[in-house]
Design a protein around this ligand. Structure first.
Ligand SMILES: Nc1nc2c(ncn2[C@@H]2O[C@H](COP(=O)(O)OP(=O)(O)OP(=O)(O)O)[C@@H](O)[C@H]2O)c(=O)[nH]1
Ligand SMILES: [Mg+2]
Length: 321
């Protein structure tokens, strides 16, 4: 490996992905980093807290890429935190990727979000994702027209940054990879000049192993359960014990909001918790590349989202960069 101090990093800074829930932010985030750091599911509101990944691009650009929760307007449950978590990151980032999926239903809300992002006067790009969805192709033109309209206003008002456009799909094979690279080239050139590296090239993320494992279990909760449980539960690792080198021991709780959820999460004869535990353990082993024993319990903690100490323990407090 090259000595860090000898390496010449030309640009360095923060790139943030924002957008509505389920628009493909975490999917794109993982693709840009070429590493699965952020969990993905077909259900909206999967991402709960900002996830940061470190990318060194072409050996001369460093980027701290942030994935964020989808922006929602609801004031119930954990939603106000999710909105604050996404929007607070925008004021501080160097480049913004506004991710809007082709199947986004409201043109008005899409335009409002573009306007909101443009106000930060930061280099930004609209990334239209899920470009493969054939039935929604007419929306492509609509989104492009809205971007052009905003850019014309920006030019008239002599604003520094017009919105770039990228169209993307995970389903376009080599073309998807090319667009990812184009996006990173554009983003790296929009970053500030570097005074030096901003992270060690071997680092992938600032998430702890414990946090990554909590997220991996939460992803399985989203896959396994319908309706309320994914949204009204949290996963907390109580103990991560590496003392037995042949097999690490992980003790985790699935914290639910109601006794009825606890019953469902355990399932008849413990079938559901067993399934959850098995699939989570597999995912954790694949990530850690080390044998693991997972002890997963279901605990009921009514209204956990109102418990400030618990929310803080879970990292569900608004973070500043
Ligand atoms: N067809 C298609 N599906 C995609 C594409 N990108 C992502 N998806 C799917 O869209 C769903 C949502 O993806 P995520 O990456 O979790 O979306 P997100 O914006 O992070 O969602 P939140 O975390 O809820 O805000 C998943 O089922 C993905 O597999 C794409 O280009 N085409
Ligand atoms: Mg996400």
């Amino acid at each position: 490996m090259k000595n860090e101090s000898q390496k010449k990093i030309e640009t360095a800074g923060h790139l943030t992905l924002v957008g509505f829930p389920n628009s493909g932010k975490s999917t794109l985030f993982n693709r840009l980093l070429d590493q699965k750091l952020s969990i993905v599911s077909a259900k909206p509101q999967t991402t709960r807290k900002r996830i940061r990944g470190f990318l060194e691009f072409q050996e001369k650009h460093q980027m701290i890429i942030s994935d964020s929760p989808g922006i929602v307007e609801s004031t119930s449950g954990i939603n106000p935190f999710l909105k604050e978590e996404s929007l607070s990151s925008l004021a501080e980032t160097h480049v913004i990727l506004l991710v809007i999926a082709l199947d986004t239903t409201s043109r008005r809300r899409a335009v409002e979000l573009m306007e909101r992002v443009q106000k930060y006067e930061t280099p930004w790009a609209l990334v239209i994702t899920k470009g493969d969805l054939v039935e929604f192709q007419p929306r492509r033109q609509i989104l492009k027209e809205e971007l052009n309209r905003l850019n014309e206003i920006a030019t008239r008002e002599k604003k520094q940054h017009a919105g770039m456009l990228f169209e993307y799909s995970t389903e376009w094979g080599k073309e998807s990879k090319k667009i990812q690279d184009d996006l990173l080239v554009w983003a790296s050139h929009s970053m500030p000049k570097a005074k030096g590296p901003i992270f060690d090239a071997d680092d992938l993320t600032d998430l702890s192993l414990k946090e990554i494992c909590e997220e991996l279990i939460r992803e399985k909760v989203f896959l396994l359960f319908e309706q309320e449980i994914p949204y009204q539960s949290a996963v907390q690792i109580r103990k991560f014990d590496e003392s037995k080198s042949s097999q690490w021991q992980i003790y985790a709780d699935l914290v639910v909001n109601k006794e009825s959820h606890k019953k469902m999460a355990i399932g008849v004869k413990g079938q559901m918790i067993k399934k959850l535990s098995q699939s989570s353990r597999k995912a954790i082993i694949a990530f850690l590349k080390h044998p693991v024993r997972l002890d997963l319990q279901v605990k009921c903690k009514p209204q956990w989202h109102l418990d400030k100490t618990f929310m803080k323990e879970m990292g569900y407090v608004s973070t500043k960069k």
